[in-house]
Design a protein around this ligand. Sequence first.
Ligand code: KIV
Length: 267
Amino acid sequence: MARQKTILDIQKMKAEGERITMLTAYDYPFARLMDQCGIDMILVGDSLGTAVAGHDTTLPVTMDEMIYHAKAVVRAVESAFVVVDMPFMSYQTDVRDARYNAGRLIKEGGAQAVKIEGGCNMAETIAAITAMDIPVVGHIGLTPQSIHRMGGYRVQGRQEEQAKRLLDDARAVEQAGAFAVVLEGIPRKLAAEITRELSIPTIGIGAGVDCDGQVLVIHDILGLCEKYSPKFVKKFADVSGMIRQGIDDYIREVKDGEFPTPDHSFD
Ligand code: KIV
Protein backbone atom coordinates (compact mmCIF):
# COMPACT_ATOMS: atom_id res chain seq x y z
CA MET A 1 0.00 0.00 0.00
CA ALA A 2 1.36 3.44 -1.00
CA ARG A 3 2.27 5.94 1.71
CA GLN A 4 -0.14 8.86 1.81
CA LYS A 5 1.40 12.21 0.88
CA THR A 6 1.69 14.89 3.54
CA ILE A 7 2.13 18.68 3.46
CA LEU A 8 5.88 18.04 3.62
CA ASP A 9 5.77 16.17 0.30
CA ILE A 10 3.78 18.99 -1.30
CA GLN A 11 6.16 21.68 -0.04
CA LYS A 12 9.16 19.63 -1.15
CA MET A 13 7.75 19.47 -4.67
CA LYS A 14 7.90 23.27 -4.93
CA ALA A 15 11.42 23.32 -3.50
CA GLU A 16 12.53 20.73 -6.07
CA GLY A 17 10.66 22.29 -8.99
CA GLU A 18 8.36 19.29 -9.50
CA ARG A 19 4.94 20.38 -10.78
CA ILE A 20 2.02 19.48 -8.50
CA THR A 21 -1.08 17.78 -9.95
CA MET A 22 -4.46 18.25 -8.33
CA LEU A 23 -8.00 17.32 -9.42
CA THR A 24 -11.36 17.53 -7.74
CA ALA A 25 -13.20 14.37 -6.67
CA TYR A 26 -16.52 14.03 -4.96
CA ASP A 27 -17.02 10.27 -4.73
CA TYR A 28 -15.31 6.91 -4.23
CA PRO A 29 -14.94 5.68 -7.85
CA PHE A 30 -13.39 8.89 -9.22
CA ALA A 31 -11.13 9.32 -6.19
CA ARG A 32 -9.94 5.72 -6.50
CA LEU A 33 -9.15 6.06 -10.21
CA MET A 34 -7.20 9.30 -9.84
CA ASP A 35 -5.36 7.99 -6.80
CA GLN A 36 -4.35 4.90 -8.77
CA CYS A 37 -3.15 7.18 -11.59
CA GLY A 38 -0.83 8.90 -9.12
CA ILE A 39 -2.46 12.32 -8.68
CA ASP A 40 -0.59 14.32 -6.00
CA MET A 41 -3.55 16.09 -4.40
CA ILE A 42 -7.32 15.62 -4.43
CA LEU A 43 -9.67 18.49 -3.71
CA VAL A 44 -13.15 17.73 -2.48
CA GLY A 45 -14.29 21.06 -3.90
CA ASP A 46 -17.48 22.89 -3.17
CA SER A 47 -17.71 22.86 -6.98
CA LEU A 48 -19.67 19.69 -6.23
CA GLY A 49 -22.60 22.12 -5.98
CA THR A 50 -22.38 22.86 -9.70
CA ALA A 51 -20.62 19.72 -10.98
CA VAL A 52 -22.77 17.05 -9.31
CA ALA A 53 -25.73 18.68 -7.56
CA GLY A 54 -26.88 20.86 -10.48
CA HIS A 55 -26.81 24.23 -8.69
CA ASP A 56 -25.87 27.40 -10.60
CA THR A 57 -23.32 28.46 -7.97
CA THR A 58 -21.39 26.92 -5.09
CA LEU A 59 -23.28 29.04 -2.54
CA PRO A 60 -25.96 26.48 -1.50
CA VAL A 61 -23.40 23.78 -0.54
CA THR A 62 -23.54 22.86 3.15
CA MET A 63 -21.06 21.49 5.69
CA ASP A 64 -22.96 18.20 5.89
CA GLU A 65 -22.73 17.78 2.12
CA MET A 66 -18.98 18.48 2.18
CA ILE A 67 -18.50 15.90 4.93
CA TYR A 68 -20.57 13.27 3.11
CA HIS A 69 -18.49 13.65 -0.09
CA ALA A 70 -15.19 13.95 1.80
CA LYS A 71 -15.82 10.63 3.56
CA ALA A 72 -16.46 8.84 0.27
CA VAL A 73 -13.26 10.26 -1.25
CA VAL A 74 -11.11 9.54 1.80
CA ARG A 75 -12.25 5.89 1.80
CA ALA A 76 -10.82 5.50 -1.71
CA VAL A 77 -7.49 7.23 -1.30
CA GLU A 78 -4.18 5.56 -0.50
CA SER A 79 -1.56 8.04 -1.63
CA ALA A 80 -2.97 11.44 -2.62
CA PHE A 81 -3.11 14.36 -0.20
CA VAL A 82 -6.78 15.23 0.44
CA VAL A 83 -7.97 18.83 0.82
CA VAL A 84 -11.61 19.65 1.55
CA ASP A 85 -13.26 22.99 0.78
CA MET A 86 -14.92 25.01 3.49
CA PRO A 87 -18.33 25.91 2.00
CA PHE A 88 -19.96 29.35 1.99
CA MET A 89 -21.08 30.50 5.48
CA SER A 90 -18.92 27.92 7.26
CA TYR A 91 -16.07 30.39 7.94
CA GLN A 92 -17.11 33.91 6.87
CA THR A 93 -19.40 34.55 9.86
CA ASP A 94 -16.72 34.51 12.56
CA VAL A 95 -13.44 32.89 13.52
CA ARG A 96 -15.09 30.60 16.07
CA ASP A 97 -17.37 29.11 13.39
CA ALA A 98 -14.38 28.77 11.09
CA ARG A 99 -12.35 26.85 13.67
CA TYR A 100 -15.27 24.59 14.55
CA ASN A 101 -16.15 23.81 10.92
CA ALA A 102 -12.51 23.27 9.90
CA GLY A 103 -12.28 20.81 12.78
CA ARG A 104 -15.38 18.97 11.54
CA LEU A 105 -13.87 18.53 8.07
CA ILE A 106 -10.80 16.93 9.65
CA LYS A 107 -12.55 14.89 12.33
CA GLU A 108 -15.69 13.77 10.48
CA GLY A 109 -14.64 14.17 6.83
CA GLY A 110 -11.13 12.78 7.18
CA ALA A 111 -9.51 15.74 5.37
CA GLN A 112 -5.78 16.40 5.72
CA ALA A 113 -6.27 20.12 5.04
CA VAL A 114 -9.04 22.63 4.42
CA LYS A 115 -9.33 25.30 1.72
CA ILE A 116 -10.62 28.82 2.29
CA GLU A 117 -11.45 31.50 -0.28
CA GLY A 118 -10.15 35.00 0.42
CA GLY A 119 -6.94 36.96 0.94
CA CYS A 120 -6.23 39.81 3.39
CA ASN A 121 -9.85 39.62 4.59
CA MET A 122 -9.36 35.99 5.66
CA ALA A 123 -5.85 36.27 7.16
CA GLU A 124 -7.10 36.19 10.75
CA THR A 125 -9.27 33.15 10.00
CA ILE A 126 -6.43 31.27 8.29
CA ALA A 127 -4.15 32.04 11.26
CA ALA A 128 -6.79 30.82 13.73
CA ILE A 129 -7.27 27.52 11.88
CA THR A 130 -3.54 26.88 11.43
CA ALA A 131 -3.15 27.58 15.15
CA MET A 132 -5.32 24.46 15.67
CA ASP A 133 -2.70 22.53 13.64
CA ILE A 134 -5.06 22.21 10.71
CA PRO A 135 -3.23 22.84 7.43
CA VAL A 136 -4.91 25.48 5.25
CA VAL A 137 -4.84 26.02 1.49
CA GLY A 138 -5.68 29.62 0.53
CA HIS A 139 -7.66 30.51 -2.61
CA ILE A 140 -7.41 33.95 -4.21
CA GLY A 141 -8.33 35.67 -7.47
CA LEU A 142 -11.61 34.46 -8.94
CA THR A 143 -13.22 33.10 -5.81
CA PRO A 144 -16.56 31.49 -6.76
CA GLN A 145 -18.15 32.11 -3.34
CA SER A 146 -17.76 35.86 -4.07
CA ILE A 147 -19.71 35.65 -7.33
CA HIS A 148 -22.11 38.44 -6.37
CA ARG A 149 -19.31 40.86 -5.40
CA MET A 150 -17.41 40.08 -8.62
CA GLY A 151 -20.56 40.41 -10.76
CA GLY A 152 -19.99 36.99 -12.35
CA TYR A 153 -17.11 34.60 -12.93
CA ARG A 154 -14.57 37.12 -14.25
CA VAL A 155 -10.81 37.14 -14.55
CA GLN A 156 -9.38 39.11 -11.62
CA GLY A 157 -6.27 41.29 -11.45
CA ARG A 158 -6.22 42.71 -14.98
CA GLN A 159 -6.04 46.33 -13.76
CA GLU A 160 -2.88 47.46 -11.98
CA GLU A 161 -4.67 48.35 -8.75
CA GLN A 162 -6.42 44.95 -8.64
CA ALA A 163 -3.17 43.14 -9.42
CA LYS A 164 -1.45 44.92 -6.53
CA ARG A 165 -4.28 43.88 -4.22
CA LEU A 166 -3.95 40.26 -5.33
CA LEU A 167 -0.23 40.31 -4.60
CA ASP A 168 -1.05 41.65 -1.12
CA ASP A 169 -3.66 38.88 -0.74
CA ALA A 170 -1.10 36.24 -1.67
CA ARG A 171 1.42 37.59 0.85
CA ALA A 172 -1.27 37.80 3.56
CA VAL A 173 -2.36 34.20 3.00
CA GLU A 174 1.24 32.98 3.25
CA GLN A 175 1.97 35.07 6.33
CA ALA A 176 -1.21 33.80 8.00
CA GLY A 177 0.18 30.26 7.74
CA ALA A 178 -1.41 28.70 4.65
CA PHE A 179 0.84 25.95 3.28
CA ALA A 180 -0.32 26.39 -0.33
CA VAL A 181 -2.58 28.72 -2.30
CA VAL A 182 -4.91 28.27 -5.26
CA LEU A 183 -4.69 31.07 -7.84
CA GLU A 184 -7.88 31.11 -9.88
CA GLY A 185 -8.72 33.17 -12.98
CA ILE A 186 -5.83 35.62 -12.98
CA PRO A 187 -3.47 36.73 -15.76
CA ARG A 188 -0.51 34.42 -16.36
CA LYS A 189 2.12 37.11 -15.68
CA LEU A 190 0.59 38.00 -12.33
CA ALA A 191 0.40 34.32 -11.34
CA ALA A 192 4.07 33.93 -12.28
CA GLU A 193 5.00 36.95 -10.13
CA ILE A 194 3.04 35.59 -7.15
CA THR A 195 4.63 32.16 -7.62
CA ARG A 196 8.14 33.70 -7.57
CA GLU A 197 7.31 35.87 -4.58
CA LEU A 198 5.85 33.13 -2.33
CA SER A 199 7.72 30.31 -0.68
CA ILE A 200 4.52 28.20 -0.49
CA PRO A 201 3.31 26.34 -3.61
CA THR A 202 0.81 28.06 -5.90
CA ILE A 203 -1.75 25.85 -7.62
CA GLY A 204 -3.31 27.46 -10.67
CA ILE A 205 -6.67 27.15 -12.34
CA GLY A 206 -6.94 29.56 -15.24
CA ALA A 207 -3.68 31.15 -14.07
CA GLY A 208 -1.18 29.94 -16.67
CA VAL A 209 1.66 27.48 -16.76
CA ASP A 210 4.04 29.21 -14.35
CA CYS A 211 2.24 28.16 -11.16
CA ASP A 212 3.82 25.40 -9.07
CA GLY A 213 0.88 23.12 -9.83
CA GLN A 214 -2.46 22.91 -11.61
CA VAL A 215 -5.97 22.00 -10.48
CA LEU A 216 -9.10 21.37 -12.55
CA VAL A 217 -12.58 20.02 -11.95
CA ILE A 218 -12.67 16.33 -12.94
CA HIS A 219 -16.06 16.65 -14.65
CA ASP A 220 -14.66 19.44 -16.84
CA ILE A 221 -11.57 17.55 -18.05
CA LEU A 222 -13.63 14.46 -18.85
CA GLY A 223 -16.29 16.35 -20.77
CA LEU A 224 -18.98 15.54 -18.21
CA CYS A 225 -20.04 19.14 -17.64
CA GLU A 226 -21.89 20.26 -20.74
CA LYS A 227 -23.36 23.42 -19.22
CA TYR A 228 -20.22 25.61 -18.96
CA SER A 229 -16.81 25.40 -20.54
CA PRO A 230 -14.44 28.09 -19.29
CA LYS A 231 -11.46 29.03 -21.53
CA PHE A 232 -8.98 27.50 -19.08
CA VAL A 233 -10.51 24.00 -19.27
CA LYS A 234 -9.00 21.40 -21.57
CA LYS A 235 -11.22 18.40 -22.31
CA PHE A 236 -8.85 15.42 -21.96
CA ALA A 237 -11.58 12.85 -22.73
CA ASP A 238 -15.19 12.72 -23.92
CA VAL A 239 -16.77 10.57 -21.24
CA SER A 240 -20.28 11.95 -21.89
CA GLY A 241 -20.16 10.41 -25.36
CA MET A 242 -19.14 7.02 -23.94
CA ILE A 243 -21.85 7.14 -21.27
CA ARG A 244 -24.52 8.06 -23.82
CA GLN A 245 -23.39 5.24 -26.08
CA GLY A 246 -23.59 2.71 -23.23
CA ILE A 247 -27.04 3.88 -22.14
CA ASP A 248 -28.33 3.93 -25.75
CA ASP A 249 -27.10 0.35 -26.24
CA TYR A 250 -28.72 -0.77 -22.98
CA ILE A 251 -32.09 0.79 -23.91
CA ARG A 252 -31.99 -0.72 -27.41
CA GLU A 253 -31.03 -4.23 -26.20
CA VAL A 254 -33.74 -4.27 -23.51
CA LYS A 255 -36.38 -3.02 -25.97
CA ASP A 256 -35.30 -5.62 -28.56
CA GLY A 257 -35.16 -8.47 -26.03
CA GLU A 258 -31.40 -8.97 -26.68
CA PHE A 259 -30.54 -8.42 -23.02
CA PRO A 260 -30.37 -10.34 -20.73
CA THR A 261 -28.89 -13.31 -22.60
CA PRO A 262 -28.60 -16.79 -20.99
CA ASP A 263 -25.10 -15.69 -19.87
CA HIS A 264 -26.70 -13.03 -17.69
CA SER A 265 -29.47 -15.29 -16.34
CA PHE A 266 -29.71 -18.04 -13.70
CA ASP A 267 -30.85 -21.64 -14.45
O1 KIV B 1 -14.35 23.95 -5.62
C1 KIV B 1 -13.45 23.75 -6.42
O2 KIV B 1 -13.47 22.79 -7.18
C2 KIV B 1 -12.32 24.67 -6.41
C3 KIV B 1 -11.31 24.62 -7.46
C4 KIV B 1 -11.52 24.09 -8.74
C5 KIV B 1 -10.06 25.33 -7.22
O3 KIV B 1 -12.23 25.46 -5.54
